[in-house]
Structures are given as structure tokens and as C-alpha cells.
Design a protein around this ligand. Structure first.
Ligand code: PMT
Length: 222
């Protein structure tokens, strides 16, 4: 059974999307609601883990017995993750992270001009998961892959490049999967190349399956 099986473990979960400011009133963001990551945080807490949820802006309530840190940008999420990383046992990275940020953030609201086009130059953001993967010691590190094509090939590349133990791949164009849905359709890919396909299920059930796998990987390593 799952009851209390995560007692004594510290679980770090990231959720929702990061936002990159353009000016005081605008940002570049994405469609993540936070539902997937909050489901992982909720289930980890229900199973007895000490849970730290690092979240971008989300309308969802923080689940009971979960400590939450609210962030906005990718750099803020990176700093919060690094501050917690050494002390945690399991990391589940469900957040949808902005890969780029506007190079210049205007101090004042950008006014409409006569030109028909506006160019915003973007710089690459740090890859949080890759940074954590490079520093990995005892942690079980689980990432997500949000894909619109070549799901398995793209996800497999991320497992290797980011030094993950497992990745949860979702085709975010499928009905009943991905952004803002209450269910998800995912595949687990492991560092050794194994793949496990799950049927469509509520995000809380996907969350439990992810936590089962993280715990198994941890036990097998010990
Ligand atoms: O929040 P919901 O509405 O419930 O939607 C859930 C979800 C679709 C957001 C979720 O299931 C999901 O797929 N999350 C990962 C989104 C994402 O950023 O995927 P990616 O393939 O671009 O990134 C791969 C992994 O690297 C992710 O774990 C991501 O957190 C991480 N990453 C990516 C870029 C970056 N600069 N830093 C990162 O850490």
C-alpha cells in the first residue's frame, strides 16, 4: 500500500508556468495551470512526505501540509530549486519553464507606435533541470517532457542530456492530456531506455504512479 510510504522523505515539486516580463504590465508565458504539479505535491504530502512546492503563478490552492514558494521567472525558479536541492530526496519537475526571456525589460509600459511590427529580442534562459542533473548526487530526479511531435525521441534525448532517472512524456496536443486538463496521458521513460505507457487517467493518479516509480528507483539504488 501507499499509506505513509513516503514518510521521512523530502520531495521537491515544481509546478505551473514561469513568466518572463516584457514591461510592467506584460509577460511571456505559457498554458500551464499547475494542475499536474499540484497533484504530485498533494499526493506526496498525503503519503507522508515533507513537500516543498515551487510554483509559478497558478489559480490553484496549495494542498494541505505542503510548503509553497511562489516564483515568477525562470531565474527565480532556478534559485529556489538550487536553495532546496541538497536537502531533498526526490525531485519532480512538472513546471512549464520559459526557455527564453525578453532581453530588455522596459521600466514603463511600452506604448503603441506607428510601426506595424514590434520586435522583442529574447535571450536563452538557464535550463533548471539540466543544472540539477549536473549536480545530482543522492536525489532521484524526474522531469517532464511536453511535446507536440516525436514524443519518444524528444523525451529520450531529454533523459540523457539532463541526467534524469526518469521522464514523464506527454503529448500536449492529445485530448485529455497536457495543459489544464484534469487527466493526462503519459509515458514513463527511464535512464536505461525502458518505456512504460499509461492509459488516460486523472492527474492525481498519474501523480501516484510517478511517486511509486521515484520510490522504487530510490530503493533499488540503496
Ligand atoms: O500545469 P498543467 O496545466 O496541469 O499542465 C501540465 C504540463 C503539460 C505543464 C506538464 O504535464 C508538463 O509537461 N510539464 C513540463 C513542461 C515543460 O516545460 O516541458 P519541456 O519539455 O519544455 O521541458 C522538459 C523538462 O525540463 C521539464 O521538466 C521542465 O520543467 C524542464 N525545464 C525546461 C526548460 C528550462 N529552461 N528549464 C527546465 O527545468
Amino acid at each position: 500500500g501507499r499509506e505513509g510510504d513516503l514518510r521521512g522523505l523530502k520531495v521537491l515539486v515544481t509546478a505551473a508556468g514561469t513568466r518572463e516580463p516584457i514591461d510592467p504590465v506584460r509577460f511571456v508565458g505559457n498554458r500551464s495551470s499547475g494542475k499536474m504539479g499540484y497533484a504530485v505535491a498533494q499526493m506526496a504530502a498525503e503519503r507522508g512526505a515533507e513537500v516543498l512546492l515551487i510554483s509559478g503563478p497558478s489559480a490553484l490552492a496549495v494542498p494541505p501540509n505542503v510548503k509553497a514558494v511562489q516564483v515568477e521567472s525562470t531565474n527565480e525558479m532556478l534559485e529556489a530549486c538550487l536553495a532546496a536541492y541538497d536537502a531533498v530526496d526526490i525531485v519532480i519537475k512538472a513546471a512549464a519553464v520559459a526557455d527564453y526571456r525578453p532581453r530588455d525589460v522596459a521600466d514603463q509600459k511600452i506604448k503603441k507606435k506607428t510601426d506595424d511590427a514590434l520586435t522583442v529580442v529574447m535571450d536563452k534562459n538557464p535550463d533548471i533541470l539540466k543544472t540539477l542533473g549536473a549536480k545530482k548526487t543522492h536525489q532521484v530526479l524526474v522531469g517532464f517532457a511536453a511535446e507536440t511531435q516525436n514524443l519518444l525521441a524528444n523525451a529520450r534525448e531529454k533523459v540523457v542530456k539532463k541526467n534524469l532517472d526518469m521522464i514523464v512524456a506527454n503529448d500536449v496536443t492529445a485530448a485529455g492530456a497536457g495543459f489544464n486538463s484534469d487527466t493526462n496521458i503519459v509515458k514513463f521513460l527511464y535512464a536505461n531506455g525502458d518505456v512504460c505507457e499509461l492509459e488516460q487517467m486523472p492527474k492525481v493518479d498519474v501523480a501516484n504512479r510517478i511517486l511509486d516509480e521515484a520510490l522504487r528507483i530510490r530503493r533499488e539504488r540503496a
